[in-house]
Design a binder for this molecule. Structure first.
Ligand code: AMP
Length: 490
């Protein structure tokens, strides 16, 4: 017999808990994400903190968002596709989360394939020991291997996100161990990068992978403890950064305060250097280094090695502005806006299909004819990945009357894909893999092209409390990707 639900019941089943539109698993997805967690010891709602915190992390993922909260007894969650504001625009959905004084949130940025809401996070799981919600930033290179072994053993999966593999492994152990201990044991099975926030009914747990590849920091907003991918969250909420989580740290926040344990970690950590190049917000401080300062220094170092004659320095908005300013300060060539960005377009880089990507560059950026006409331009961007953006921008500036365009990139040549959570395409799509700088210059139509050296890049992050993964620039990954991606613990 078909069940007839009242409008209110339908809303509740849709938004208050366990009911979602399930679509089949599609292609595997690479992800770049942002995560947050909050615990209010006074028992007040943390929903607004999570919501505005996710808003501050929107640059890390624009495809889907979600929040899970607990009132100490029950976990409630809501997730959907779209920007944070779109996802939670309907108060009906938001209000169910309001009771929670502990919670986690996630913004997601996937690149291809199935965009079903079922792949959005937090992921909610029910297991023998209770309920859990998890949110994850990073990429497990052995997830597929573990997943198929589990499926051979009769497990079923609903999503194609790595988080489900982590959840499965944690839940297997958690009927006999605490979640913290399960996480510690599970981390021995996992290969790749993971910053995690986990919500149990009465506690928040945050974990950073043993190499510290993805960032995760602890802060305080009033008396509420907050963990977040980036420190810009604490500033946004009028709070303060306390410290970064250590690589391999498992931090529990509950009514008794903070408790920290650490898994076995390698001697040197491997924070992703691309966070500083492009991904993180420039007002964040990661592992002791200001992202803005690193970018400005990259621009300064580019200029130090340069003797090009030019009239103006133009930065590609917004991520290359600090480097363009650094270049301008060092060279004495004035920094002038030469490109205007449509602020309502997100990080369009992700668009599947080359034609779409090319069109989206044009929709996103336009040349400021008045400022560039008749000028010799130093054009600073933070990176060239496929080369689509640079080619289009050079074309744009030239058709707006620029006399010369000298492209300067505030990072080294991207020669290798990323396996650890940054969407850097497979080798054959990378213009820097298989082409030398002169060939790239020709392909993008610039009058000259220079990149930052890897040595200079490492100088920009000097003073940090960690080591770095430079895999996309050097091919030196923090682990052997071939063998470790086949690692299955059982
Ligand atoms: P491309 O057109 O592929 O060369 O893209 C390079 C542009 O995309 C640069 O302007 C960067 O600011 C930006 N970008 C670089 N890496 C990424 C990434 N992983 N995700 C999104 N955008 C990126």
């Amino acid at each position: 017999m078909k069940e007839v639900l009242s409008d209110k019941q339908r809303l509740e089943s849709l938004y208050h808990g366990r009911f979602e539109l399930i679509k089949p698993r599609g292609d595997r997805m690479e992800e770049e994400c942002g995560i947050i967690g909050a615990f209010d010891p006074d028992g007040d709602s943390v929903t607004d903190i999570l919501y505005y915190g996710l808003y501050a992390l929107q640059h890390r993922g624009q495809e889907a968002a979600g929040i899970a909260t607990s009132d100490g007894e029950n976990i409630t969650y809501y997730k959907n596709q779209g920007l944070v504001t779109e996802c939670f625009e309907d108060d009906e959905r938001y209000k169910y989360l309001k009771d929670g004084h502990i919670g986690i949130g996630h913004v997601r940025y996937s690149t291809a394939g199935d965009k079903s809401v079922v792949n959005a996070q937090p992921l909610f799981v029910h297991f023998k020991g209770g309920d859990l919600a998890l949110a994850h930033n990073g990429n497990l290179i052995n997830a597929e291997c573990i997943r198929s072994r589990l499926e051979e053993q009769g497990y079923i999966h609903q999503t194609n996100v790595d988080t489900e593999v982590i959840a499965g492994l944690v839940a297997r152990r958690a009927s006999t161990l605490t979640i913290e201990k399960s996480l510690e044991e599970t981390s021995k099975d996992l290969r790749g990068s993971y910053a995690l926030v986990v919500l149990e009914k009465d506690k928040l747990i945050a974990m950073r992978d043993p190499l510290g590849i993805r960032p995760l920091a602890l802060g305080r907003v009033g008396n509420v403890y907050v963990v977040a991918s980036e420190s810009c969250v604490f500033d946004t909420l009028n709070g303060e950064l306390i410290r970064d989580l250590h690589p391999g740290e498992i931090l529990t926040i509950d009514k008794d305060g903070l408790h920290s344990t650490r898994t076995q970690v390698p001697l040197e950590s491997k924070l992703c250097v691309f966070e500083f190049v492009y991904f993180a917000r420039s007002d964040s401080i990661i592992d002791g280094v200001s992202v803005y300062k690193a970018r400005e220094e990259a621009g300064r170092r580019l200029a130090l090695r340069d003797n090009v004659k030019a009239d103006i320095v133009v930065g590609v908005p917004d991520s290359a502005f600090p480097a363009a300013i650094g270049y301008s300060k060092q060279s004495g060539i004035p920094f002038i806006e030469g490109l205007v960005k449509n602020r309502y377009v997100g990080r369009t880089f992700i668009q599947p299909g080359q034609q779409k990507r090319e069109r989206s560059v044009k929709i996103k950026l336009n040349a400021l004819k008045r400022n560039v006409q008749g000028k010799r331009i130093v054009l600073v961007d933070d990176s060239i990945v496929r080369g689509t953006t640079s080619k289009k921008i050079v074309e744009m500036l030239k058709s707006a009357g620029a006399l010369e365009v000298h492209m300067r990139i505030s990072s080294p040549v991207v020669t290798n894909p990323c396996y650890f959570g940054i969407d850097i395409a497979e080798s054959k799509q990378l213009i820097g893999s298989g082409h030398n700088v002169e060939e790239i210059r020709k392909a993008i139509g610039a009058d000259s092209l220079e990149y930052l050296t890897i040595e200079d890049l490492m100088k920009t992050v000097e003073g940090s409390s960690c080591g770095f993964c430079t895999g996309c620039f050097t091919g030196n990954y923090p682990m052997n990707v071939d063998t470790e991606s086949k690692y299955c613990p059982f």
